[in-house]
Design a protein around this ligand. Structure first.
Ligand SMILES: O=C(O)c1ccc[n+]([C@@H]2O[C@H](COP(=O)([O-])O)[C@@H](O)[C@H]2O)c1
Ligand SMILES: Cc1cc2nc[nH]c2cc1C
Length: 347
């Protein structure tokens, strides 16, 4: 259960923003972001970010063997090794912006036998299964696996919060995962598949048409279970996506703000809001991905993305790229003088 952010703190933060030594609304959306951070932290002015943490939930997807991605499933495990080596796109951004990175194998089709025992144990501490099933042929997960995945994500959020996280970021890695993300958004927002299916890593026209038909078949299989968010997530999702749902749900329950990334992260946040309404006020949108499912998912959550750079990498990269904006917004609300301090009382 998520508690709503305090309306009193919000009003206090808005008053402070209005009183700063700037013309009214001159800070635009940065000012609003500062108010948002103060409200979520429950304190005016907001505290500087001390320990933002990214968790990358990695998993493979049965549909990836059925022509929905421009890349082979083996890339998922290869990229997990790249995160561990600190050499992925998000690794560079996270170093630049002082964000801690943790990668977890929730459902990767790889035993990582080449890794050091300690590294492998940490990577697989919350592993649920190997690749989930292809959702156009059978449910991606059993309901037991779904519960296990949600619990895994919730446990990870508790671990990160206990370790000091004051901002959580959800990242994803999984070849094929834009297929379940689009399927979840289509069902949860009630949109036709053709309006939400996108090219992901870059499928061609024929690949896009095929991806659409895979999603349509998967949704047809779902049948009258579409009203149950748990059934939707088990049938169309995956272990790594469900763990992300549990992660953002638990962060909201602990009143820790979550900075969302692209279409996968946001589809999971949408599923979390459907499973436990009231999470969404704790979410912020780092950026807008060109994947067509992203914007409707953000709108349905009432979120406006901070950046729009055409990024579609995943990994948490668009969210990490927005961390300097969050820090800027906090600094403004903390450090700018008040207009009343500038002028003598009778001026
Ligand atoms: O974050 C996004 O919006 C995004 C958009 C397109 C692709 N991706 C990344 O690319 C992979 C999924 O693409 P695909 O084509 O294999 O479904 C997965 O690893 C995601 O992290 C991510
Ligand atoms: C190389 C590569 C890196 C990625 N990072 C997230 N998804 C990805 C997909 C590919 C193909």
């Amino acid at each position: 259960m998520s508690v709503s952010p305090s309306a009193e703190v919000r009003a206090e933060a808005e008053s402070r923003l209005a009183a700063l030594a700037t013309p009214p609304r001159a800070l635009g959306r940065l000012g609003e972001l500062g108010v948002r951070m103060a409200t979520l932290q429950g304190v005016v002015p907001p505290r500087p970010l001390a320990d933002p943490r990214l968790v990358i939930f990695a998993g493979d997807h049965g549909v990836a063997a059925h022509g929905v991605s421009a890349y082979p499933p083996a890339i998922t495990g290869a990229m997990v090794r790249t995160f561990l080596a600190g050499r992925a796109g998000v690794s560079a951004l996270a170093r630049a912006h002082d964000v801690a990175v943790r990668v977890l194998d929730i459902g990767v089709d790889d035993d990582f036998a080449d890794l050091d025992d300690e590294v492998r144990a940490a990577l697989q501490a919350h592993k649920v299964r190997r690749s989930c099933a292809p959702s156009h042929l059978e449910d991606a997960l059993t309901l037991d696996e779904l519960e296990q995945s949600l619990a895994a994500g919730r446990a990870v959020a508790r671990e990160e919060i206990a370790a000091g996280a004051d901002l959580l970021i959800s990242g994803d890695m999984g070849i094929g995962n834009t297929t379940p993300a689009a399927a979840l958004v289509a069902v949860l927002c009630g949109l036709p598949v053709e309006t939400v299916v996108g090219r992901g890593t870059g499928v061609d026209e024929a690949g896009l048409a095929h991806k659409q038909s895979v999603i349509e078949t998967a949704i047809a299989r779902l049948g009258d279970r579409a009203d149950s968010p748990r059934d939707v997530l088990a049938a169309l999702g995956s272990a790594d996506l469900a763990a992300t749902v549990g992660f953002v749900q638990e962060a909201a329950a602990h009143r820790v703000p979550v900075l969302l990334d692209g279409v996968i992260s946001t589809a999971c946040a949408l599923a979390a809001e459907h499973l436990s309404p009231g999470c969404a006020p704790w979410f912020l949108a780092g950026h807008l991905s060109p994947e067509p499912a992203h914007l409707p998912a953000l709108k349905s959550l009432g979120l406006e993305p901070l950046l729009d750079l055409g990024m579609r990498l995943g990994e948490g990269s668009g969210a990490v790229a927005a961390v300097p904006l969050v820090r800027s917004a906090i600094a403004l609300l903390r450090e700018v003088a008040l207009l009343s301090d500038l002028l003598p009382p009778d001026a």
